[in-house]
Design a protein around this ligand. Structure first.
Ligand code: DLL
Length: 432
């Protein structure tokens, strides 16, 4: 079942022609933006160099740090009046990275690719979709919402948390499609199993899971425990949000909707473009977005590209499930967290020393974040007196920066491990 048969099954050669036309269009728009204008000049790139689709590799890369440097709207290619919505995700430091959409970007790009993804997972207008991704600045909630509206399904915008309520709605409203992070789905199900839920009232047939890395083993666990099909959904705010690539019923890689986003796999160190089935960093160029296009955006996500035809009939290339990241970004309950964000909060507090350890774990299928920080000597001497207020201040500040709660421990000076080389500040105990 296709949402847009013409685009999803278009012969590759024909699609390449379309891509080249669209690429020229987007590059011409970017050439008028001061950031890109400068980047093109520095790289000695001129839009006229684009003669065939492989000339894409002549365009200079863009990076997450470029978004930080042009914060908030410097990479937009439409005036703010034309931008109808903004979203934001974690940057490497305190400020978020901001992305913007025109009405057309939302209706004809985002909702369109999400409609394709839902359809590929077997969802139709007859389904009741429980959307348990976070609504707000995070791209998950509204991305899944717009796609659900587009296919004409009934959407329950329940957002994250409140597991008891999720289960109640799931039974009472007859949810058939669940959208949330894969780890949350398992947590939800463990609560269903331990509470005396009437299983005959659970009508779930599939789930669209993403926003964090997960494995095929985790898929098997979800599918066998929940008796549903579990589909991998991939995306990132900078490219569109969820809906950059999604699995079809064959569950054999994620189709990249490359009439909107052209994927490349590169060698992270040299920047050289790699061939099909070679592992490297995913890079995307958006070729239809008006508000905030990105050219050769370095995702830091590690994957492979498959260009052979999928048995489902779609001609879009596929990426392999993301196997890791080329930087230190952690994904905790679907939220991007950089250790540097935690560090910057620690450094704001004069009572604390810049020695800290971050431990991420998974308890009952839910990610946990614990941060241990050393107190300075003076503060340590008054620990009993200072601790409650200091912990509260730190906890509130971390939550406002990270959007998740951390379990905090204030340690005695000199007690956390020191290292001679690179500090190992993060212990990730999760097994996926
Ligand atoms: O997490 C978009 C999304 C929302 C995708 C809901 C799927 C479902 P960001 O917050 O900008 O956007 O985070 C993007 O999350 O670069 C990956 O490292 C990671 N990520 C997203 N989906 C997957 C996935 C959303 N299916 C970052 N597998 C990306 C592994 C994923 N990692």
């Amino acid at each position: 079942m296709y949402w847009n048969k013409k685009m999803e099954t278009m012969p590759v050669k024909e699609r390449e022609k379309l891509q080249l036309k669209r690429l020229k269009w987007v590059v011409a728009r970017c050439a008028k933006n001061p950031f890109y204008k400068k980047r093109f000049k520095e790289a000695g790139f001129a839009p006229a160099q684009l003669k065939k689709i492989s000339d894409l590799s002549k365009i200079p890369f863009t990076y997450k740090t470029d978004l930080r440097d042009t914060y908030p709207f410097g990479m937009f290619t439409e005036p703010l009046q034309k931008i109808t919505e903004v979203h934001a995700s974690s940057g490497t430091t305190g400020k978020p990275i901001v992305v913007g959409y025109t009405k057309n970007d939302i209706e004809n790009v985002w909702a369109e690719v999400m409609a394709r993804a839902y359809t590929a997972a077997g969802a139709t207008s007859k389904d009741v979709i429980q959307n348990a991704y976070g609504y707000g600045l995070f791209t998950g909630g509204l991305g899944f919402h717009y796609g659900a509206l587009k296919i004409g399904a009934t959407v329950i915008p329940v957002a994250t948390g409140n597991t008891e309520r999720q289960i109640m709605l799931m039974q009472d409203f007859g949810t058939t499609v669940l959208c949330c992070t894969p780890s949350y789905s398992l947590y939800l199900y463990s609560v269903i199993e331990s509470s005396k839920t009437d299983m005959s009232k659970i009508k779930l047939k599939c789930g669209l899971f993403g926003a964090e890395p997960w494995s095929n083993n985790m898929r098997k666990e979800i599918e066998s425990r929940m008796h549903i099909k579990a589909y991998d959904m991939y995306g990132l705010s900078e490219v569109i949000g969820p809906g950059v690539a999604a699995e079809c019923e064959k569950q054999n890689g994620l189709h990249v909707y490359d009439d909107h986003f052209i994927p490349e796999i590169i060698d992270s160190k040299t920047g050289e473009v790699l061939g099909p089935e070679e592992e490297g960093e995913l890079v995307f160029t958006t070729i239809t977005k008006e508000g905030f296009p990105v050219l050769r955006y370095r995702t830091k996500d590690i994957s492979k590209l498959y260009v052979d035809k999928c048995a489902c009939g779609r001609t879009h290339p596929r990426i392999e499930r993301i196997s890791g990241r080329a930087d230190d970004m952690l994904i905790i309950r679907g939220i991007n967290v950089f250790p540097s964000q935690i560090e910057s909060v620690v450094l704001e507090m004069p009572e604390l020393e810049p020695f800290y350890q971050i431990t991420v774990d998974r308890v009952n299928n839910l990610d946990t974040l614990a941060v241990e920080i050393e107190l300075g000597q003076k503060a340590f001497e008054k620990k009993a007196e200072l601790e409650p207020a200091l912990k509260k201040r730190l906890s509130d500040r971390l939550e406002s920066v990270l959007q998740i709660k951390a379990d905090l421990t204030l340690a005695a000076p000199g007690t956390l491990p020191r290292s001679e080389g690179k500090a190992k500040r993060v212990i990730d105990k999760r097994k996926m």
